[in-house]
Design a protein around this ligand. Structure first.
Ligand SMILES: NC(=O)C1=CN([C@@H]2O[C@H](COP(=O)(O)OP(=O)(O)OC[C@H]3O[C@@H](n4cnc5c(N)ncnc54)[C@H](O)[C@@H]3O)[C@@H](O)[C@H]2O)C=CC1
Ligand SMILES: O=C(CO)COP(=O)(O)O
Length: 307
């Protein structure tokens, strides 16, 4: 897997391209408005890493379809859901490229800037076949980048997408200055909510206790570099969402994921109380303070749910 094309010239695509180039791979980075049409970016690629925001993935993959070498593995590094279809990103890719295509997903606690400077980082890698997962694990690893293999695509992708929703909530709670108990409860109950949805969709709860669940949740809810957390901080100050997003150049996937996750929960009969409150907050229908009060006043229940 020597030749690698990275689609997406944002922070994450760039960091992954830098990392792979450092490993001696022959890397091409395709940024929006780049030369995808000419096929130069994808020519003879053994592997294509997709680090496009979730809302742009289908379009870019569709445009890449005819240019992709038939055997090329596609590795999704995106964390989100397709709002219109409620599909996970690997499902979107499969929808466009067919179920024979080797597809893997990378997800876990990994701020782009830290990977780019070679800070020790560990992620999960899942895929639609064991050999694909093993190949990605082998080809992407370095002294500072470690990949844990799993076959649980659902768990890994739901963990990566949903942690962004809880991170927005964590930022809002931080802004309200409610102390340390509240964010801790939010992270824990957020994890319960994420695990419930993943499990209903066929994922394994154990996956959510791993890097693409708890690991990424802790990083994004507490890390200074998180864009999702920073959206929450601004919401907590009372700024409207449009104004916050209008000033942001980077993507905060949790904003769109909130709506999609809530719809997925509804479809599968899964209660997502924090996500539901965040949907109201993001829609400007409720303040974060009221959302916290309503969560606290919910009917008390068992901590561990019996399925
Ligand atoms: N930044 C990070 O630390 C990490 C980000 N991710 C995920 O990677 C994905 C990409 O995020 P970043 O690179 O951070 O985003 P970014 O905000 O740094 O850049 C987004 C890039 O996507 C391009 N883009 C936007 N809309 C597009 C569209 N419709 N079609 C094609 N390209 C489009 C933009 O031009 C820009 O180059 C997201 O799903 C994010 O959650 C995952 C792990 C770490
Ligand atoms: O996914 C990330 C770290 O694992 C990046 O989080 P943000 O998109 O909130 O910056």
């Amino acid at each position: 897997m020597q030749r690698i094309a990275v689609l997406g010239g944002g922070a994450w695509g760039t960091a992954l391209a830098v990392h792979l180039a450092r490993l001696g791979r022959d890397v091409t980075l395709w940024a929006r408005d780049g030369a995808l049409r000419s096929g130069r970016a994808l020519h003879a690629a053994a592997c294509v890493v997709s680090a496009i925001p979730s809302h742009g993935t289908r379009d870019v993959i569709r445009r890449a379809r005819g240019l992709l070498p038939p055997e090329a593995t596609v590795v999704s590094a995106t964390k989100g859901l397709e709002v219109e279809t409620l599909l996970r990103v690997s499902e979107v890719i499969e929808d466009e490229l067919g179920s024979d295509r080797p597809i893997a997903v990378l997800s876990g606690p990994s701020f782009a800037a830290e990977l780019a400077r070679g800070a020790p980082t560990a992620v999960a890698v899942a895929g639609n076949c064991e050999a694909t997962v093993a190949a990605v694990q082998r080809e992407f690893r370095s002294g500072y980048f470690r990949l844990y293999a799993t076959q649980d695509l659902v768990g890994v992708e739901i963990g990566g997408a949903m942690k962004n929703v809880i991170a927005i909530a964590a930022g809002a709670v931080e802004s309200l200055g409610l102390g340390d108990n509240c964010p801790s409860a939010l992270i824990t109950r957020g994890l319960a909510e994420i695990s419930r949805l993943a499990s209903a969709l066929g994922g394994q709860r154990e996956t959510l206790a791993g890097l693409s669940g708890l690991g990424d949740l802790v990083l994004t809810c507490t890390g200074q570099l998180s864009r999702n957390r920073s959206v929450g901080i601004e919401l907590g100050k009372g700024r409207p969402l449009e104004e916050i997003l209008g000033k942001m150049r980077a993507v905060a996937e949790g904003v769109r994921t909130t709506e999609a996750a809530l719809a997925l929960g509804g479809r599968h009969g899964v209660e997502l109380p924090i996500t539901a409150q965040m949907a109201d907050v993001l829609a400007g229908q409720k303040t974060p303070r009221v959302a916290v009060e309503e969560l606290m006043l919910r009917r008390q229940r068992s901590e561990v749910e019996v399925e």
